[in-house]
Design a protein around this ligand. Structure first.
Ligand SMILES: NC(=O)c1ccc[n+]([C@@H]2O[C@H](COP(=O)([O-])OP(=O)(O)OC[C@H]3O[C@@H](n4cnc5c(N)ncnc54)[C@H](O)[C@@H]3O)[C@@H](O)[C@H]2O)c1
Length: 342
């Protein structure tokens, strides 16, 4: 039976053919050895980029290398004077102690970072799952781990941006349409996000996923504001302060990946959901569009919707989420939470 996606295939107006040659540029993708992240890495590699894949399992990385390097047909075949490269950064976002040592070692031979995709994520694990430091697993992985990684990468992003064309250095926070179902009124229930939190242990697992994805939108929005505040005022147009590093969140779309592996049980529901899922490569296009398209340089703080549709941004961000100082409050709390690991 044809799926909705097969009957009505999306026609993204941004594709791999729109990606320029990336030789000399350096990229980092968390969770880049599977799902959407793998598609991002495949495109970056075949366009000549130096790609650092961050994840927990070296064997999963090694298995993905062959797939990433494989023949991609005319979608990605280009003649390169400098071929792309792949490297592994071993971090577990659910264990904050693993992040700083790995980043410090990486910084010994990585001297620029053009775009980082905070793409790794976990969705609806068994209730009660926690990170090593005791955070609810989705919050701890999707938000706290990425926040610490971002904090450690910020100086390199900023330094790269200082010597690069404006708008080309970016931090991309992968969220989901599910962020719109996060707790009312502002997306984050601040009483539920600390370690070993009693309230979180009683919340519905989907609400916790939604809250973590609202957290990703807020991190992008708050970093965007901070980036503008730090940016130098342009001599040509002092009213137009351009951020050093562009910060964007996005929804990659409903995709066939491993993400749904925990949300099993109801066969009818699973069948219905499978009918509306798209190929993971389409999600990759959304992430690549946010990270590389020239026009998304102007979307600092914006939220990109699926599948690389030009001009379609910020339309579905939860009302009120990025106002009311929620992002600033979250940022300050996370600074405090990760300070012993930074
Ligand atoms: N698939 C969808 O329909 C969909 C929809 C909306 C948003 N998203 C988002 O897209 C992103 C990518 O998901 P996907 O669909 O490719 O799923 P996936 O399960 O294929 O990929 C998730 C990746 O995250 C990694 N990861 C999980 N926990 C980690 C940890 N503790 N440390 C390091 N890496 C860890 C996994 O190893 C995997 O590589 C996620 O952030 C997800 O929330 C996906």
């Amino acid at each position: 039976m044809s799926t909705y996606s097969q009957m009505f295939p999306p026609k993204p107006v941004f594709t791999e053919k729109d990606i320029p040659i990336l030789s000399g540029k350096v990229f980092l993708v968390t969770g880049g050895y599977s799902g959407v992240g793998l598609e991002v890495c495949r495109a970056l590699y075949h366009k000549g980029g130096r790609v650092i894949i961050a994840g927990r399992s070296e064997s999963s990385y090694t298995a993905a290398v062959e797939e990433i390097r494989g023949n991609c047909g005319d979608r990605l075949t280009v003649d390169l004077s400098t071929p792309g490269s792949l490297e592994f950064l071993c971090i577990d976002l659910a264990d904050l102690t693993t992040i700083k040592p790995a980043v410090e070692k990486m910084l010994e031979n990585v001297k620029r970072l053009d775009v980082v995709w905070y793409n790794a994520g976990v969705m609806v694990p068994p209730a009660g799952s926690k990170t090593k430091q005791g955070y609810e697993l989705q919050w701890g992985t999707n938000v706290v781990g990425h926040f610490l990684l971002h904090k450690l990468l910020c100086p390199l992003l900023t330094a790269t941006a200082a010597g690069s064309e404006a708008g080309t250095v970016r931090a991309i926070f992968v969220s989901s349409i599910m962020h719109t179902y996060s707790p009312k009124p502002y997306g984050i229930d601040f009483d539920s996000i600390s370690r070993d939190n009693e309230k979180a242990s009683k919340m519905a697992i989907w609400n916790l996923y939604s809250q973590s994805k609202a957290g990703d939108v807020l991190l992008a929005d708050e970093y965007a504001k901070r980036s503008v505040a730090l940016a130098p005022v342009s001599n040509e147009d002092p009213a137009k302060k351009k951020p050093h590093v562009v910060s964007i969140s996005l929804n990659p779309g409903n995709l066939k990946t491993n993400l749904q592996r925990h949300s099993t049980g109801n066969k009818i529901k699973e069948f219905l959901v499978s009918m509306i899922l798209h190929e993971q490569s389409l999600g990759g296009l959304t992430e690549l569009y946010a990270g590389l398209a020239p026009e998304t340089a102007d979307y600092n703080g914006g939220y990109v919707v699926p599948f690389g549709r030009k001009g379609s941004v910020v339309s579905y961000v939860k009302k009120g989420l990025t106002s009311e100082g929620t992002g600033a409050k979250l940022w300050e709390i996370l600074e405090e939470e990760v300070k012993d690991f930074a």
